[in-house]
Design a protein around this ligand. Sequence first.
Ligand code: GLA
Length: 394
Amino acid sequence: MLSFDMGQLKQQFEEVFAASTDRAFFAPGRINLIGEHTDYNGGHVFPCAITFGTYGLVKKREDDLIRVYSRNFEDVGIVSFPVTDETYEASHDWANYVKGVVTLLRQDGHDIRGFDFLLAGNIPNGAGLSSSASLELVTAFMLNEVYGLGLERIDLVRLGQKVENTFIGVNSGIMDQFAIGMGKAGHAMLLDCETLHHDYAPILLDGYDIVIMNTNKRRELADSKYNERRRECDTALGLIQPKVEVESLGQLSLKIFEQVALDLPETLRKRARHAVSENERTKLAYTALQEGRLEAFGELMNASHASLRDDYEVTGLELDTLVAAAQGCEGVIGARMTGAGFGGCAIAIVRQTDTSAMIEQTSAKYEETIGYASTCYVASVGDGVRELVEEEVK
Ligand code: GLA
């Protein structure tokens, strides 16, 4: 089921742009079950696409003007720029993601012309569920279809990451764009971020819910410590490399790491240890889920959160409070932050019969400690980016 009334969105498109549209696209958000801050370290991640996402309605124009409008940022209004405009402009706000995609496609020699594009999303903004990668992918996928560019999904995934890295300035890995571009309903994917080899794993959680818990503490990655963590890992790798032949932290086992990292400065050792141990946990978690060993899966989730809190130091009071409260509830087999951290969301796997009570207790504990409310949703795992079919757009 779609989360927006398409008839209403089409009508709004006509009101905003004085033109009609008949093509609509959808890109999901994502959660990551486990494997955090491992993607840019050449390790594994285990994310899935969710049914929250970004809808985009489009109409080609006869000229070279791009006009974009988002229902989520109505105060920003219509943002217009010529296709040739390649500059990041702070006042263009969210529209920079669209501009980044157009710019990079054109730089690759694709002939993109003008279009009107109306967007509407229900991924909470700044919550670590990848609203920005979702916007990149809905734009890239739409342009690929509308302008017949002939690109593969994986090209669009890479393009989205490049926009983030070079146009927006966040040195992120490939996980978010990959999950959004390649997601499959009911499945998570174990992705080796070095080779991009991936295995879809059915999420065998019969009788259990995945609950998304939003701290409602917003953060922008561009001004968070995200890039700093990435640099710390790179520095640690550089210090280890004379001792062992590896190209990334993802190639190290924890055992070898402990031997070669003894004399690293404490902070760097902790950062790198997280990357290495989290990669091992992710592979174990994938197998545990496949084999229906849910308790083991939950324990790995808990250990992941502890490592992100103690070694990587990207959780903070809000996420720690929420996760600890969830972990203390009846029926919870595991809980951890998801995404980059520094605020944003956590997830918990909860026995369905306990979900309501768990949400109630966790929310109360959170509000009491933090002073404002969290928001919880039961996640459903959906498909990757796609064009909506005629029936859905009617
Ligand atoms: C953000 C980045 C991803 C990944 C996660 C942490 O979501 O965009 O590439 O690094 O943080 O796992």
